[in-house]
Design a protein around this ligand. Structure first.
Ligand code: SF4
Length: 164
């Protein structure tokens, strides 16, 4: 895996659970079995019908408006560090291809909340360091430890990690 292969999902998993990142990077994909992920897809499908996804290769984001703000639709009720890191990563990737993203607006349709994140030098540095951290986790020979079971709620790898 190279720096260019690191996408928003990798960064999100880096913040949520390093084991999740490690499994995902190895092609384990139990998402279709998980009700939380299905809910996320349903919220996404019904919330932003008019926008077009933007494909940056490894990173696929929901929408960039005419003022260069990234919009991301989330199925959870409020912003997490993982959501924020993922959005910053998208801004970083946009800057790489010459789109001067101002920042990101996270939308939470279930609670009608939004969170606005400005993108600047500090965020660019953070995005670079997140990419390096993703590569370090993925390169590890064995999977990182599980989180505490209480922190695994809703994770698509729940059955995989806790079947013993
Ligand atoms: S089930 Fe828990 S330990 Fe396993 S990948 Fe998900 S969050 Fe991490």
């Amino acid at each position: 895996m190279q720096e260019a292969d690191v996408g928003g999902v990798h960064v999100k998993y880096l913040y949520h659970c390093r084991r999740q990142l490690w499994l995902y990077a190895r092609g384990v994909r139990p998402e279709h079995l998980n009700a939380t992920v299905q809910l996320g897809e349903a919220v996404h499908d019904t919330s932003y019908q008019r926008s077009s996804p933007v494909d940056l290769g490894a990173a696929k984001l929901d929408h960039v408006d005419g003022h260069q703000w990234v919009h991301e639709i989330k199925s959870s009720s409020r912003a997490t560090r993982a959501d924020e890191a993922q959005a910053i990563h998208y801004c970083y990737r946009l800057h790489e291809v010459g789109v001067p993203a101002e920042g990101a607006i996270l939308h939470y349709p279930r609670t009608r909340r939004t969170k606005r994140i400005h993108y600047g030098a500090a965020e660019a540095t953070r995005a670079q360091s997140d990419i390096k951290e993703v590569l370090a986790v993925v390169a590890a020979a064995s999977s990182p430890s599980r989180l505490a079971h209480s922190a695994c709620r809703g994770c698509s790898f729940l059955d995989y990690c806790w079947s013993d």
